[in-house]
Design a protein around this ligand. Structure first.
Ligand code: SR1
Ligand code: MG
Length: 420
């Protein structure tokens, strides 16, 4: 079938044309189909056999343009091939956190996947103030396994170089290069400045030579450091959760890039949830301290769990005689390399987290956690705090030794009087 954008009405006929999908339903004439895509890019359909909730799947289709802008912003449908391959690679490495692919079509630019039952988008859960006790363990496992096993620390050099070439995702990387690393800082017309945010707070990041230079360093790293296969857009809207399970979805921005871009994206989004939690919990009549304490422990446990699991995978591989450095003649070289690697990766993580925070405040695409705070004064305070936090993390990324430094930075921005 040549490409056509599906609709709820045309979807049953498509399912009928694909045996692997047709056989998942007992009666294609009696399906419940809902288009539920609320992201920036794609169509997303939920399909269920009426009266048989176990016969269900989710089907995602790429449009040839950016959905949130319209046909004036064309976008390659090839991104769906990238997403399918990423789901397969990450699914093989971490099946407990990546949904199974039932069927994919390059021609139709779509993928049909296991539908996650009672799960909700993590961002929505965090906005509602829900605690997910297993979240940090799950996310740190996902990050450690996907980043370690797709890197040169694990793959043979030929296989790694082929994987880098096959994962090229030029058009979507360009979106990130523009929207994360360029436009927020150069007063681009694509920026969307929050109505209450003082001009001085915006100019503080746009007219700070040290900060602009640091952002340029992060952009250069993003464009050149093919360390591991990344998810590429690992925010809390790309994660589905319930009390027991965590699933990472939507890897259409996947490419080979710097590991810290994925770890930093997740930290950034959890930190913004933390900043939003104060006014949100207060508005709900709760003491914000309780929820914020869990959130901050979770942020720290994501990084610390990731670091421990990544190092364990690395050491286990070395114990099998496959050390990256070759023979460790003095017995200390491998650990010295590991320590330097993790210090550098933590600095990258903080630098990328900072860029991801700043783009969500002044750039085109927002996060509902902060943008959806109803009270304008409280929203503006969260926005200014987010920018100050990002500035601090970026400029001090190489001097912050551990997550204690991030905790201290949060205390700093929340106790300071921030007029801009
Ligand atoms: C124009 S697309 C905006 C953003 O949505 C995606 O989730 C990526 O983060 C992208 O930058
Ligand atoms: Mg997405």
């Amino acid at each position: 079938m040549s490409y056509q954008a599906l609709s709820a009405a045309s979807l049953p006929a498509y399912l009928a044309s694909v045996p692997a999908l047709r056989e998942r339903f007992s009666d294609l004439g009696d399906l419940e189909v809902a288009e539920v895509g609320d992201g920036n890019l794609n169509l997303v359909f939920l399909v269920t056999q009426r009266g048989r909730p176990e016969q269900t799947l989710v089907l995602k289709q790429a449009l040839p343009y950016l959905r949130c802008v319209g046909e004036s912003w064309p976008l390659t449908r090839h991104r769906m091939d990238i997403e399918v391959r990423a789901l397969q690679v990450f699914g093989a490495l971490c099946p407990q956190h990546v949904p199974e692919v039932f069927h994919a079509s390059s021609e139709m630019s779509l993928v049909a996947m296991r539908r996650l039952g009672e799960h909700i988008v993590l961002r929505h859960g965090l906005i509602a103030g829900t605690v997910y006790p297993k979240l940090a363990d799950h996310l740190s496992t996902y990050l450690a396994r996907t980043l370690f096993f797709t890197s040169d620390l694990h793959l043979p050099p030929e296989a790694k170089k082929q994987a880098v070439a096959a994962a090229a995702n030029t058009e979507l990387c360009k979106i990130t290069e523009d929207l994360v690393f360029t436009h927020p800082y150069d007063d681009s017309p694509s920026n969307a400045y929050p109505p209450g945010l003082p001009r001085a707070a915006i100019e503080r990041i746009q007219r700070n030579a040290g900060l602009r230079a640091a952002v340029a360093e992060m952009k250069y790293l993003f464009m050149t450091a093919a360390e591991a296969r990344l998810h590429g857009d690992l925010h809390t809207g790309s994660v589905m959760v319930n009390g027991d399970e965590t699933w990472v979805i939507d890897p259409e921005f996947s490419f080979y890039g710097p590991m810290g871009f994925d770890t930093g994206a997740m930290l950034a989004n959890l930190l913004m949830a933390w900043l939003a939690a104060e006014p949100r919990q207060r508005a709900a009549g709760n003491d914000p301290a309780t929820y914020q304490a869990w959130l901050l422990d979770t942020v720290c446990a994501v990084w610390e769990g990731f670091e421990a699991k990544f190092l364990a995978l690395w050491r286990a591989q070395e114990a099998q005689g496959q050390g990256f450095i070759g023979k460790d003649l003095d017995g200390d070289s491998a650990e010295a390399f590991r320590a330097a690697f993790m210090r550098r990766l933590f600095a990258d993580t903080l630098g990328f987290a900072a860029c991801k925070i700043m783009r969500r405040i002044v750039g085109l695409a927002k996060v509902a956690d902060i943008a959806g705070i109803a009270d304008e004064a409280a929203r503006t305070q969260a926005e200014v705090r987010a920018l100050r936090l990002a500035e601090h993390l970026l400029l001090n990324r190489r001097d912050i030794a551990s997550m204690d430094g991030v905790r201290a930075a949060l205390r700093g921005v929340c106790s300071a009087s921030l007029s801009s």
